[in-house]
Design a protein around this ligand. Sequence first.
Ligand code: ME8
Length: 506
Amino acid sequence: MTFYVTTPIYYVNSSPHLGHAYTTIAADVMTRFQRLVGTEAFYLTGTDEHGSKIAEAAEAAGEDPQAFTDRISQRFRDLLPLLDVENDFFIRTTDAPHKAFVQQVAQRMYDKGDIYKDTYSGWYCTACERYYNDGELLEGNACPIHKRPVEHMEETNWFFRLSAYKERLIAHFDANPEWIVPRAKFNEARGLIDQLEDLSISRSSITWGVDVPWDDSQVFYVWIDALFNYASALTYAVEGEDLSAKFWPPTVQVLAKDILKFHSVYWPAFLMSADLALPEQLFIHGYLTVGGDKMGKSMGNALDPFPIIEQHGPDPLRFYVLREVQFGSDGAVSQEGFERRYDTELANDLGNLVSRSASMLVKYLGVDGVAKVPAVPADSAVRASAEATIATWRAQMTELDLSGALETVWVFVRELNKHVEDRAPWALAKDEANAELLATTLGELAEGIVTVAHALSPVMPSTSVKVAAMIGVDAGALQQWSWGIAEGRDVTKPSPLFPRLETAKA
Ligand code: ME8
């Protein structure tokens, strides 16, 4: 079994913002989890570089489109290591092998009779790169997403016979009720199939795109070019090797609902026409919102991930977005919200748990500043709880309930903190008669902390390695969880994990 996950390829009309980082982080967390449980995984992300929106942005910047896309695409690539994302390939739709792939697939669809010439007129939103019907527009002929006036366009283009795939699409939805999650998005997508019209897939008005091989007066519409990135990438990600047989089709494609229609209707129909297998699942997450609106570059309300990472490293941000916003629903994010979670959950709940547990181990059991983690009796209630935590966490991660899995870990973190308060090791230490209970308690805390480090590792990779190291457990040992990993390890005085922001500001 293999795991192939994709993010949308992001438009390079302006720099990445937190919304892009969100999808990229979520897909990385899925990939890291799969690798942790031993599945061979491939993670693809990249940039979408053709179309009128990009051509216009390049023109506004006074740059040649290729130079412009090179520059902005680099910003997206720069963000990946800063976010601690382990993608296997970064695709750009301006890559020559990608363009050749799109032409080859489209030629196949054309030869099959699925592509024909026609004239079309309608309302076009450049920011969305799509036509709208009258009924879909807001007052004043405004785009429902960007709230800006759309343009009336009329063009003779090549059309894809989307309507011919209606029955097959319906059959696919009926046979695969889990192919789009959450359920509400499945239903929304299923509803879109009822009003299928053929789709214009080329443009004569622009030149910045992949040439239509049988008509040099036209370039492909950005979406047919863009969607096939998921397939083309596997053919050239590794030089001299075609990974398609190993990884196609995608196990899960992660995206937000802004592009649901393209992925749930156009994409499967294109694949059917091209005789390629369909993705197993689309996961549609919600929007990060600011003041009730979708965060976005054209909305002018986007949070910049770069300074947050510069100040705190990637882990607090990775944690924050998945913890603050239920994965699959919309949710508000803000700098203040980030700082609140950082202080209450990272500095207080997790940071204190680790630092006071390690300090007490050294203080009460240490010899020359080094303590050995004591063994814990088999009937420990903390052990039972750790095992239940891992089982629930694993099931939730498998189901892509990333926020639910974090909550499961956090319930356990709080339980461990409560265990400290209930057992009060500082009181036990005052009486030699309690020595065994003191050792058991400290052993339970150490094993519990390693359990937390294991379960947090997909979300906070370097934090979890640091946390485990404070209990004397190295990164290799952390890969396979079992109760008892900590036993006999050397613990020394801890160093601070998350300096409190309040203190930093004071
Ligand atoms: O649509 N909240 O590119 P794009 C959550 N090039 N996710 C967000 C977000 C927000 N506020 N803002 C952006 C495109 N995203 C096309 C895709 S794929 C073949 C072509 C994330 O730059 C989310 O994943 O507009 C959303 O679907 C994607 O960025 C849109 O990125």
